[in-house]
Design a protein around this ligand. Structure first.
Ligand code: UN1
Length: 522
């Protein structure tokens, strides 16, 4: 099988030809660019990958209209049959795993081993929800009255508008798309506009899995246009559920917009994820976890480690080993299987990260590398000059305290703060006090510390002797506070995002039985 954007001719950046990717609406690719054009760049090679033909707000609304039209028939398809479509999508993704992973690595610079893991997460998500098509259970409920039956049914919400970020350009979209479609909804998907090649390939795989035209529509648009389009579509009654993965600042605006329409969106936002190192921790294991979650994918995950919170008695030894591990880490070409991290996703991600470094520099000593900021011939990392890619040095900041901007600011780059504590209460206060609540980890060999930490953590996800990143496809994923509104993705819990409960009562008494009557009168 050949998937457009993955294997076809004319897409080789070395040839200087880039594919143009427009909106996919009603089963057809469009070639207009009412919202302008944006070319994605391989951040390791500085070569063009594909050009997004961006939609305007009207294009977004049109996609919602088409989704609305298609949804009723899709909801009428029996859920087990929808499950078979999901199964087929999973098979197609599996058959194209190598190509899709290579495309992820090319368009956003994710190390190939992690890109393959990301594609595997899509396959696992399809496998999980394919079976859910046969288990979309409702309940039978006992009635207060004789000769009466009560039932509950899950019904699709309608049209879901899904807006996702580019750092997980296939796994995170699949967390929304797969269950939303399985539950009988139609979808308008707005991928990151800077990943058009991936968006095209992914859309094709879904379409070829057997989705009827109009059930999945993909629209590339910039942030402002997407917001205006969403707002207009909500005003027109064309969107019933919003799913958004991105920054907390934008999440607040989406939440306000949805709230005005009495909708409860699914918001998966930022994180400032802590990793607590107790005095009885296996320090090598903790260093390994901190290295992976702090610097893997160059810190560009919502679950990336923000601050290590280490007991004062092991602080110096932890920092010595952590610093050595960071110095030894391989950073470079993401097509190599042994790199810890590759380039920043795009020039915009690098610029934002450098802004955070500028805030930190005057107040802290920066450790952990031969330099800080962008890796260049003038600021190399050993003999690695970064050229022509956009790479950043890994940075450790010791001596972080709760008043520091770094303690409460998500940086989305390769920087990790280190704070110290004396008592368990101090450790949990630091682990919870930054305002986010996505993921939190503790390294300890004392079970009671692990359980107490879990009880007290404000995070939606807690790890014991494991890093802050690496969610599995069937556990609830999501956060609290500035990390989200408590909505959860993945696993059976996500069904509550994409269905609504409907109850039914059936009275066969042959006379009017009134509910809420005093039972003594019966
Ligand atoms: C995100 O960064 O938006 O747990 C999601 C993890 C990933 C998902 C991160 N599987 O690290």
């Amino acid at each position: 099988m050949t998937v457009a954007g993955v294997r076809e001719e004319g897409h080789d950046p070395a040839m200087g030809t880039t594919r143009e990717v427009g909106a996919y609406i009603g089963g057809k690719w469009r070639d207009d660019a009412a919202g302008g054009r944006l070319t994605s760049i391989d951040p390791a090679r500085d070569t063009p990958v594909a050009t997004a033909l961006l939609a305007d707000a009207g294009g977004f609304v049109e996609a919602c209209h088409v989704a609305r039209e298609a949804q009723r028939a899709w909801a009428a398809v029996p859920a087990p049959v929808r499950g078979r479509v999901v199964e087929q999508i999973g098979r197609l993704v599996e058959a194209n795993k190598d190509e899709l992973a290579a495309l992820v690595t090319r368009e956003i610079g994710k190390p190939i081993a992690e890109s393959r893991g990301e594609v595997q997460e899509v396959i696992d998500t399809c496998a999980f929800f394919a079976g859910e098509g046969r288990r979309l259970y409702g309940q039978t409920v006992p009635s207060e009255m004789p000769d009466k039956q009560l039932f509950t049914f899950r019904v699709p919400v309608g049209v879901a508008a899904i807006v996702t970020a580019g750092n997980f350009p296939v796994a995170v979209p699949s967390w929304y798309l797969v269950p939303a479609l399985l539950c009988g909804n139609a979808v308008v998907w707005k991928p990151a506009e800077y990943t058009p090649a991936i968006a095209e390939a992914f859309t094709e795989l879904f379409a070829r899995g057997g989705l009827p035209a109009g059930v999945l529509n993909t629209v590339l648009a910039d942030g402002r246009t997407t917001f205006d389009g969403l707002s207009a579509a909500l005003d027109a009654g064309l969107v019933d559920k919003i799913g958004f993965t991105g920054s907390s600042a934008v999440g607040v605006r989406i939440g306000e917009l949805a709230g005005r329409h009495l909708q409860n969106p699914c918001l998966e936002l930022g994180g400032k994820n802590p990793l607590v190192v107790m005095p009885d921790a296996d320090l090598d294991l903790a260093v390994e976890g901190a290295l992976f979650s702090g610097f893997g994918t160059a810190g560009q995950r919502c679950t990336s480690l923000g601050t290590v919170i280490v007991h004062a008695s092991v602080h110096d030894e932890f920092l010595r080993r952590f610093d050595a591990a960071v110095r030894d880490a391989a950073i470079g070409d993401p097509t190599r299987s042994d790199v810890l991290y590759g380039p920043m996703i795009s020039a915009r991600f690098l610029a934002n990260f450098e802004k955070h470094l500028d805030l930190v520099r005057p107040h802290h000593t920066l450790h952990g590398s031969t330099g800080t900021g962008r890796i260049t011939p003038a600021n190399p990392r050993g003999d690695f000059t970064g050229e022509p890619g956009i790479y950043a040095h890994p940075t450790i900041v010791d001596g972080v305290v709760a008043d520091d901007a770094l303690y409460r600011t998500e940086t989305f780059g390769p920087i990790v703060g280190v704070a110290t504590f004396e008592t368990f209460d101090e450790a949990t206060a630091l682990a919870n006090g930054h305002g986010y609540g996505l993921s939190a980890a503790i390294y300890t060999s004392t079970p009671v510390h692990a359980f107490r930490f879990r009880e007290r953590a404000s995070a939606g996800m807690v790890s014991v002797n494991n890093s802050t990143s690496g969610a599995e496809a069937h556990l609830p994923f999501g956060g609290n506070g500035r990390s989200g509104n408590g909505s959860r993705q993945s696993g059976i819990w996500v069904l509550d995002q994409f269905t609504r409960w409907q109850s039914m009562n059936w009275d066969y008494a042959g006379k009017l039985q009134k509910a809420q009557m005093d039972t003594a009168e019966l």
